[in-house]
Structure formats: structure tokens, C-alpha cells
Design a protein around this ligand. Sequence first.
Ligand code: APR
Ligand code: PHB
Length: 391
Amino acid sequence: MNMRTQVAIVGGGPSGLLLSQLLNRAGIETVVLERRSRAHVLARIRAGVLEWGTVELLRRAGAGDRMDREGIVHDGCWLSADGEMFRIDFRESCGVGVMVYGQTEVTKHLYAAQDALGASHRHEVEDVVLHDLDSDAPRVTWREGGQAHALRCDFVAGCDGFRGVSRRSIPESVRQEFEKVYPFGWLGVLSRTPPVQDELIYASHARGFALASLRNPQLSRYYIQVPVETRVEDWSDDAFWEELRRRLPEEIAGTLVTGPAIEKSIAPLRSFVSEPMRWGRLFLCGDAAHIVPPTGAKGLNLAASDVHYLSRALIGFYRSGDAEGLDRYSDTALARVWKAMRFSWWLTTLMHRFPHHGPYERRMQDIELAVLREQPAARRMMAENYTGLPY
Ligand code: APR
Ligand code: PHB
């Protein structure tokens, strides 16, 4: 079947859905092509901290009602170093907080908002190929239920995540990739238990990093640093709880309520950026262009700022024929991406135990934590970056 739209969006994760939603609301036609079923996309469990800019963008997209009712505003978080805790007060340091709300829920609301607008979504598409991206008449082809399809469009938005086809459709000679793979992962557990604390705790410990997070007053999310080669099957629920207790400050660990894990998985830690984020009529957004380690929860938030820049540029183009925003997209988005890269690398390096670290690097981590505890300017740097740099 041959079709035509204004913006073809490859990938129906948070980036693709939010972009489609903002464009549709501005009267721009889109078709979202997603490799998986909707149920599969909605089964993914990811981080749960929204920067204030993301909160406002979701509201503007018409997908913020339940988030506003059920999300929890956090005005600070805790850092712990070998059992001693101190608080970073976001509101005092920089005037805003964050919203704790699960990404799975955000995705659900975006799908509902898209359905309400009657947006076009094609699921379980296979063999997506992007054609003629360097012409002014790009095309996307795919197979669906054994049938070949083609979509002509003005622009293609590559929102298909780290393993998608979009980034790889940019010639290798044009692409520059930056990558750092960390020698550990995070073992995460979701459990229907009251969170150990009402705010997040990032814990540095001789046995490795731990994070106490939450989704709501009955649902907790915890993580522990594990060696890269670890398999989920190696960790029983009991072993996980015992290890988490050891790494959290004693007075906190004593109040930890445990229960069966309703989800348990391992995520490797990686930093990755591919430049440029635009080639011809293809624009990359979110994980298709960059990956951050989860420390600092920047993944979804960076996807949101990319989508903000791209939607604004496309809306400008369709309203007035002005291509300046599109021409500047890659540089504008990358400037913010690199700052979030730095922040998540800094927080990861500060809080984890690295196999190759000697006494000097260990001491530097201790001192950096002491600087945060003692110096308001250091806490402000953390607060401004954690709650999200301006768009
Ligand atoms: N064709 C069509 N769809 C594809 C293809 C393909 N070849 N390859 C991947 N996809 C789909 C995936 O199935 C997925 O649903 O693209 C989507 C990409 O979604 P994410 O990986 O979630 O990436 P993004 O939308 O950029 O989200 C950014 O949200 O999911 C988190 O970890 C992610 O925090 C990050 C943020
Ligand atoms: C989470 O709740 O899943 C979460 C929170 C903060 C992070 C990472 C993950 O930095």
C-alpha cells in the first residue's frame, strides 16, 4: 500500500509518541511506525524521575492530567556515603523540584492522548527501510502482516531507540560516535512495598552503589550495582534485599520493608552519543542518538528536550516555511545532550565502585562527596542539573 504523510515517525516509544502528539496538536500529520505491539511497549519498566521541563512539556502535549494527580513532587534527594546521609535540597538550591512518576505510565498516557486525536499508528512493522533522506522527497518502506508498504513524507523522525534503523541510515562517513561502557550494571527490583524513604537515596558504599527509589506510596524501586557479567537468575529476592540493606545507611536499612519482586532485571551502564542528529531530511530523537547511564535519570528527559526542539522547528517550518529551526536542530539538541552526558557521567563516577580504582580515585570520590555536603555552590550545580537545565 502506498501512503503519504507530513512527518513519518519511526519508533513508538516515549520520543515518537510525544513528537507525534505535539505535531498532531499543531495540525501536522504523522504516521508512527513501531516494530512491537502496543502491549509490549507498555510492558517496559524504565526510570521514574521527570525534570520540570518534561512535566511542562507533557502538560502542553495534553498528556499530563493523571501525572498531575498521581505524580509526587520531590524537592530534594539524599546522598549517602558509607552510612552517612545528607540531603540536596533542590528547591532551596535552584527553585524547582522534580516529579516522581513512572515512564511506563507516561507512555500509557501518550498512547491514550494519541488515540483521542485519532493519530495514525502502525504496530508490528518489520524491515523498516529509510530511502532518499538526502532528497526533498524521502520515503519509508516496511512489511506488515506479510505485505509491503511505502510511505512518502516531507521528513523522517528517527525515534527508534539505540538499536533502531534510523541512526544507521546516516552514512558512516558522516557519523561520529562517542561511547563509554561502564564495567558494571544495575540490578533493579520493583516491589509492592512502601518505599523505605519518601525521597530518593543515592548510596555510595564499599560494596557498590545502591539506589532507593519509588513509584508511589505502595510501590518501591530499588537498584544495586553488580558486575557486568551478572545474570538475574544469580540473585534470589532474599539475596537482593540482604545486599541492599548492607549498602543503605543503617538507620534506613532497619526500616526497609521487603516483599516479592514483581520485576527484576539488569541494565548495563553505557554513555553514547552519535553526531550529527540530523542528516538531510532525517532527524534523530532520544535513544536513537544517545544513551545515558541511569544515574540521574536523564534518558526520558533528554528524549523530551530533543522532541521539544524538533517539534518547535517543524511547527515553525510548516507555519512560515522557515527552515532555520530545522537547520539548527542538531547543534541545539546536542548542546543540551552533552551537558546531561556530563552530569550522568559525573554522578555515575562519583557514586560507583570501579574495579580499576586505586586509593587515589577512592579518596577523590570521598572528597567530592564532602564538597557537596559542605559547599552550597556544589549542591546548586547538582540541583540545577538534576532538576533539568533550561531548554
Ligand atoms: N522499526 C520500528 N520501530 C523500531 C525499530 C525499527 N527498526 N527499532 C526499534 N523500534 C522501536 C522500539 O520497539 C521502541 O518501542 O522504537 C522504540 C524506541 O523506544 P525507546 O527505546 O524507549 O527510545 P525513546 O523513545 O527514544 O525513549 C527514550 O525512554 O524508553 C526510554 O530508555 C529510554 O529513557 C529512554 C527514553
Ligand atoms: C527509578 O526510579 O527507576 C530511577 C530513579 C532515579 C534514577 C534512576 C532510576 O537515577
